[in-house]
Design a protein around this ligand. Structure first.
Ligand SMILES: NC(=O)c1ccc[n+]([C@@H]2O[C@H](COP(=O)([O-])OP(=O)(O)OC[C@H]3O[C@@H](n4cnc5c(N)ncnc54)[C@H](OP(=O)(O)O)[C@@H]3O)[C@@H](O)[C@H]2O)c1
Length: 295
């Protein structure tokens, strides 16, 4: 008789987290989901990610910056999967509070509950962006995970379709300011394709897994595709990096958290992000779906 394994999904309400919950359930796992707001997962997300409320076995409401709210989160858990992270500026909390210390609180409990495997989602090209606060926080956690004694896997995606969705939203407004010339390349990945890689990572040795999607585009091409999908003529104005960096410095004077997160987006536009290709879903179809939803 095979025992059903129980997985804790942290960040279950996010873009990747929802697809991960769905994938774990489809492969027969029992899922405990950590969310801040159970209402949020009753409906689908902004980029078509699924509503998952009704397929989860156990929902736990908690916030990793409030340690008492996540006490006992790893009890009777076999595997922890964390796509929990700070991806939008918060008035009080930094990347260090959430990406590092928040995930570390889950890890500490996983260690004391003898969890057998911990899968964490960090980022691709981390060495090229090592000084960016959000990358530092992710990598502090990766270092802690590697030292914890738990069997681990670190997923390193290069960019999600949801991120490219921001270009779609801007294209809908009719105009995009593009930082730099947009000539750097990326092969972003759909959340459902990435979730398969994440769940596959339950098995096997401790390893890092860089992940991209099936198609490589320049950033400018993704923007043009977004205009195309919403039936508008592409209107893209390039801005020099020095101007954006000046704006970043000024922003940092009155909103440090916003500047820290923006510094990641800015840095990421300076080089190629082409990672090993996985999956079958195409960005063009994703934009077409967004256009169908929003028209
Ligand atoms: N987007 C990309 O292109 C990309 C590329 C590479 C790596 N990554 C990394 O992949 C991870 C997942 O990305 P994503 O796009 O799926 O992010 P997302 O949609 O913003 O989801 C983040 C998840 O973390 C949760 N969370 C944030 N702060 C929390 C807190 N204090 N306590 C409990 N939960 C909290 C969010 O809960 P709420 O729903 O309540 O906010 C959400 O469930 C992140 O670490 C990100 O840095 C992203």
């Amino acid at each position: 008789m095979t025992l059903i394994k129980k997985v804790l999904v942290a960040g279950a309400s996010g873009y990747l987290g929802r697809y991960a919950v769905k994938e774990f359930k489809e492969r027969g796992y029992q899922v405990r989901a950590l969310v801040r707001d159970p209402e949020k997962i009753k409906t689908h997300g902004a980029h078509g990610e699924p509503a998952i409320h009704d397929i989860i076995d156990e929902i736990v409401t908690g916030d990793v910056t409030a340690p008492e709210s996540i006490t006992g989160i790893c009890k009777e858990i076999d595997i922890v999967f964390s796509a929990l992270g700070l991806t939008a500026p918060h008035s009080e909390h930094t990347s260090n509070d959430v990406d590092y210390l928040g995930n570390k609180r889950i890890l500490d409990q996983a260690v004391s509950e003898n969890v057998s495997r911990f899968i964490y989602v960090s980022v691709f090209n981390q060495d090229k962006m090592a000084d960016i606060p959000s990358i530092k926080a992710h990598e502090l956690f990766v270092a802690a995970l590697k030292q914890s004694g738990i069997s681990w896997a670190v997923i390193r995606p290069n960019g999600y379709f949801s991120d490219m969705g921001r270009f779609f939203t801007m294209a809908q407004s009719g105009h995009i300011f593009m930082i730099g010339e947009g000539e750097k390349k990326i092969n972003p990945v759909h959340g459902a394709d990435l979730a398969k890689v994440c769940v596959d990572a339950v098995e096997g040795e401790c390893r890092e897994i860089p992940v991209g999607g099936p198609d490589i585009y320049t950033f400018k091409e993704t923007m043009e595709m977004a205009f195309n999908a919403c039936g508008k003529t592409a209107w893209i104005t390039p801005l020099p990096f020095w101007l954006a960096e000046g704006g970043l410095m000024v922003t940092g004077l009155f909103n440090r958290n916003l500047a820290d997160l923006f510094s990641f987006a800015l840095e990421a536009l300076k080089f190629d992000h082409v990672a090993p290709a996985y999956g079958t879903r195409h960005l063009k179809d994703f934009f077409a779906e967004l256009a169908g939803v929003t028209h």
